[in-house]
Design a protein around this ligand. Structure first.
Ligand code: FES
Length: 146
């Protein structure tokens, strides 16, 4: 059995910011066709471009739940530009690591944030520097050897 850090176990058993935001500034859904897991991320962004609230719903494995929980914690209070720095690596570091076979699960969180930011940018006709059009399905790209 892969060893999970205490932080992963904590965010898995007690995930933060689960739910939906009514009337969100941006919402993004991504899935991984390989494992069938799906994550939806909601963002509430104020007029200054600061993320006031982030919520998620994840239909997926424990690592996907823990990473989405941590990702929402990390993007709150940040600008949309700063939120791009919340990469899957940053999320994994904040969780004290993930077993190698679970690294792809953290990509779901990163892509879900990007998809929600993309939606926000489209709604407001703005461009977020460095943000690329999100993939609907993260397994479009080869991930690991599994
Ligand atoms: Fe699918 Fe973790 S196994 S996201």
């Amino acid at each position: 059995m892969p060893a999970y850090s205490e932080k992963v176990m904590d965010h898995f058993t007690n995930p933060r910011n689960v739910g939906e935001i009514e009337d969100p500034s941006g919402v993004g859904t991504v899935g991984n066709a390989k494992c069938g897991d799906i994550m939806r991320m909601y963002l509430d962004i104020d007029d200054n471009g600061i993320i006031q609230e982030a919520k998620f719903k994840t239909f997926g494995c424990g690592a996907a739940i823990a990473t989405s929980s941590m990702a929402t914690e990390l993007v709150r209070g940040r600008t949309v530009q700063e939120a791009l720095e919340v990469t899957n690596k940053a999320v994994m570091e904040a969780l004290d690591g993930l077993p190698p076979v679970k690294v792809h699960c953290s990509l779901l969180a990163e892509e879900a944030i990007h998809a929600a930011l993309w939606d926000y940018a489209e709604r407001n006709h703005i461009e977020i520097q460095g943000l690329e059009k999100p993939k609907a399905d993260i397994s479009e790209e080869p991930i690991g050897d599994d």
